[in-house]
Design a protein around this ligand. Structure first.
Ligand code: G
Ligand code: G
Ligand code: MN
Ligand code: NA
Length: 254
């Protein structure tokens, strides 16, 4: 309860901020965008990570309002970078299941895109399988409208949720994000390798892109590149960074 109050206070007093972790295009070797990751600069505690507070926000429903703030803040940052020497950066935002089901995602995105005057193709959403599976008609309608706007739709933690592969055919999905659980041992565990390769092959056959998360070693990177994974993200390249540091990394990454 104390934590819930503190989180409401945090939203009203601007204690949340976004960090940005680079995504790298394996064909060009260049930074292709970033995942925005929520942080809480809690007075007296320092920087608090999502694992400590996102579950509470999910339980209390506060994630719906904080999620709207994340979208607005991501668009504000995209606009700031576009107007600077950093240039256009595609930013992926995590959307929780409750935010997708209970919130007005489409309305919030339209409002944020127009408020900050950004190109909507610079915005990407990372949705989990569970968010999409709760109401198929709602999912089809919302994703269809977002896609028309030019938003990229990615499935986060792919392969770890409860879902049906049929939804890949029914929903307008652009990208699958291979969960870290299959990436960690991809070069040493044949089962993980088989799953990762199956995801890459299926994604490409369905004309979707594929990104691997949690890439930490040169061996994982080489394996994923050899097997035509499109993008990678992970500590091998960079931890999540404050916006200013991410901008410098982009400018250095000619
Ligand atoms: O940043 P970190 O690696 O600690 O993130 C841990 C988890 O928190 C990830 O699963 C990530 O999806 C989730 N998370 C981070 N930022 C957000 C956010 O803005 N909204 C939601 N719903 N989840 C987030
Ligand atoms: O579930 P989601 O994909 O949103 O999770 C993102 C989380 O993964 C963040 O907490 C981020 O810090 C973490 N992360 C990013 N890269 C790596 C990595 O290379 N290794 C590990 N162990 N975690 C990572
Ligand atoms: Mn994510
Ligand atoms: Na993940």
């Amino acid at each position: 309860l104390d934590l819930e109050l503190a989180l409401r206070h945090a939203l009203e007093h601007g204690e949340f901020l976004l960090y940005f972790q680079p995504k790298v295009n394996l064909r060009t070797g260049r930074i292709s965008g970033a995942e925005a990751l929520l942080r809480w600069n809690r007075p007296g505690y320092g920087l608090v990570f999502p694992v400590e507070f996102v579950p509470v926000m999910e339980e209390t429903g506060l994630i719906v309002r904080v999620g709207a703030w994340v979208i607005d803040e991501a668009c504000r940052q995209i606009a700031q970078w576009s107007a600077s020497d950093v240039g256009d950066v595609r930013v992926a935002v995590n959307v929780s299941s409750r935010q997708f089901v209970e919130g007005d995602l489409e309305g919030e995105i339209r409002a944020a895109v127009s408020r900050h005057g950004i190109d909507p193709t610079l915005l990407e959403l990372e949705l989990t399988e569970s968010a999409l599976m709760s109401n198929a008609e709602h999912t089809i309608a919302v994703l269809g409208n977002l896609k028309q706007l030019g938003i990229t739709i990615a499935i986060d933690d792919f392969g770890t949720g409860y879902s049906s592969l049929a939804y890949l055919k029914r929903f307008p999905i652009d990208k699958l994000k291979i969960d870290i659980a299959f990436v960690r041992d991809v070069t040493v565990n044949p089962d993980d390798a088989a799953i990762a390769l199956a995801i890459i092959g299926m994604a490409h056959s369905l004309h979707m892109q594929v990104i691997a998360e949690g890439v930490e070693t040169p061996a994982q990177l080489a394996y994923l590149r050899r097997h035509r994974c499109d993008e990678v993200q992970g500590f091998h390249f960079s931890r999540p960074l404050p916006a200013a540091e991410f901008g410098e990394m982009v400018m250095a990454n000619v």
